[in-house]
Design a protein around this ligand. Structure first.
Ligand code: SF4
Length: 55
């Protein structure tokens, strides 16, 4: 089942239910990016807050 990929949102997190699976893209039209840090300084400080675990 090929979900429609959004080529503007590249993503390699394939255990997310919104991942296109066959290719490294998100299928959402828009995502929310945020941080879990009070003073983010590195890429590791940022998160895709639209992530949803694929069961
Ligand atoms: S919602 Fe976020 S983590 Fe999930 S596929 Fe889209 S960009 Fe990746």
């Amino acid at each position: 089942m090929a979900e429609k990929k959004n080529t503007s949102i590249a993503c390699t997190v394939n255990n997310c239910s919104y991942h296109a699976q066959t290719e490294n893209y998100c299928t959402l039209s828009k995502i929310q990016v945020g941080t879990h840090e009070s003073d983010p300084t590195k890429v590791e400080c940022t998160d895709c807050q639209s992530f949803k675990y694929k069961m």
